[in-house]
Each structure stands twice: as C-alpha cells, then as structure tokens.
Design a protein around this ligand. Structure first.
Ligand code: ATP
Length: 268
C-alpha cells in the first residue's frame, strides 16, 4: 500500500512554446481535447467520436513527454504519469491494483490526462516467463479501465512508445488508444526553434549563429540538441572558469563529438 502513494497528481508548467517544432501534433492534440468541449454538436453531426486515448510514437528524446505535459497544462487538465516498467518494478505483485488506482485518481481529478510512458513495456513483459503473466494481467486491467471511462469531460489517456510495432493490437481498438500521432525528430526549422528556446537564458557570443547550428545538427534529437547547449556552456567554463559567455568556438568544439541518435529507421 505504501508504494501506491507514489502516483501523484502533477501540475506541469510546460507550455506549447517550450516545444520546438511539432506544430501538427500540437494542433491535433488541442483539437482532440477542445473540440469535444466547444464543438460537441458539430462532432456529433459529423459522426466523430471523441477519442479516449492517443498513442504518441517516435524516437526517444523527441518531445513525447513534453507534449503530454504541455497539453495538460495548456488545456487545464490534471496530469498523472506512470512509466510502463514502473508498473512491474515498483508495484511488484500489485500492478493491477496500481492500474485501477491510477484511473480512480484520474476520475476523481477529471478533467485529467493519464500519461503512460514506455507503454510497450506491457507487451514486452508478456514474452518473458516471470513477468509474462503479470504483463498480461496489467494489460487486461488497463483495457477494462479504458473501456469504462467517459470521453467527454473525463479522463483522456495518452501513451508513448518508441516501439509501436510491439504494442498489443487490443490496446489500439476504437475507444482505446484509437488515434496514433507520430512525433518525429526535429527538422532544421524545429532544431533552430529548440536552440532558441534552450539558449534564451544563455549569454552567447555575438558570433554564435543559431541558424547555422541548426543546419549542422542534422540527425540530432531534441534531447541531444538540449544536451549540446549544456555541453557548450561546460566547455566554455573548462577553458575559462570565469567565462562570461558561450562562444562559437565552444559550440564548434562540442559539435565535433556530438551524438546524433536519429537513424534512418526512425524516420517513418
Ligand atoms: P523518451 O522516449 O526518451 O521518453 P520523449 O520523446 O518523451 O523521450 P522528452 O522526454 O519529451 O522526449 O524530451 C527529452 C528532453 O529533450 C526534454 O526534456 C527537452 O529538454 C528536450 N527536447 C526534446 N524535444 C524537444 C523539442 N522539440 N523542443 C524542446 N525541447 C526538446
């Protein structure tokens, strides 16, 4: 029982403007939450059922979690988040109860969002002997809970994965995670936006050209670009402990060794 207390209601402060790029995803999610409230009649007339759940998929470090938090914050929804693997590790033997408890809390806090990060853990656990049965049972309780929620004014489920291929098809049926949204790696314009956001509070040398850096960071995820800015700052200090600004040289230096995690197969 003590472990159960760990699922807290969160109040994320992330805003849409904290996220570079992804304008299509932002727009679609806003509509999914706002239309059932403001355009209920139109939706009904056009035969559109508001979704109860959305699956965000795409490579790691490309803002799935940020997007879920911004949606909650900007649409005034309470936010509960759970990582798939936690359901097995933290709540050993009481995973199903944990799932019920999450939905209970979410209903009590409605309108709200439950964010299941790394949802693929449920499916991959099924394959292994020990956690296998557990994975099956957790999935079943998740499906039961999802089938029971009201879409309008109620609880919306957002799930995230970088392995959409292993997600159990039962989870994607209508009324469950029926909408799929691809959250891809940042293109050049998005990379420039991310750089702008991340360097807003950094003292930059006058010759630092974010447009140029955006061009040379092809293949980097959002998280890697954020890390690059931090490393540039650290490198500046390693050269001069009292550095006043981060210069083009610092960026050039860290760019040479920068990780570029976006691979071909991540692009859909
Ligand atoms: P994972 O699959 O690893 O959970 P994710 O897709 O959920 O990854 P986030 O956790 O949202 O990714 O992003 C990780 C970090 O990378 C963020 O906290 C943020 O600092 C940075 N980041 C990633 N994408 C963007 C973006 N588009 N704009 C601004 N920051 C970003």
């Amino acid at each position: 029982p003590s472990a159960m207390r760990e699922i807290f209601l969160e109040k994320p402060s992330t805003t849409w403007s904290d996220i570079g790029g992804q304008s299509g995803v932002k727009e679609k999610l806003k509509q999914m939450v706002e239309w059932p409230l403001t355009k209920a009649d139109t939706m009904k007339n056009l035969g559109i059922t508001p979704p109860r759940g959305v699956l965000l998929y795409g490579p790691p470090g490309c803002s799935k979690t940020l997007i879920a938090k911004a949606l909650a914050n900007e649409s005034g929804l309470n936010f509960l988040s759970v990582k798939g693997p936690e359901l097995f590790n933290k709540y050993v033997g009481e995973s199903e109860r944990a799932v019920r408890e999450i939905f209970r809390k979410a209903r009590a806090a409605a309108p709200s969002i439950i964010f299941f990060d790394e949802i693929d853990a449920l499916s991959t656990a099924r394959g292994h002997s020990e956690a296998g049965a557990g994975g099956e049972r957790v999935l079943t309780s998740l499906l039961t809970e999802m089938d029971g929620i009201e879409s309008l004014n109620g609880v919306m489920v957002l799930a995230a994965t970088n392995r959409p291929d292993v997600i159990d098809s039962a989870l994607m049926r209508p009324g469950r995670l029926s909408r799929l949204l691809y959250v891809g790696p940042p293109d050049e314009h998005a990379r420039q936006q991310i750089l702008k956001i991340r360097t807003k509070n950094m003292c930059l040398g006058s010759e630092v050209d974010l447009e140029e850096i955006a061009k040379t960071t092809e293949g980097m995820t959002g998280a890697e670009i954020v890390a690059l800015c931090e490393e540039a700052g650290l490198y500046a200090m390693s050269q001069d402990e009292d550095a006043k600004e981060v210069t083009k040289k610092d960026f050039d230096h860290v760019l040479k060794g920068a990780r570029r995690g976006v691979t071909e197969e991540m692009l859909k």
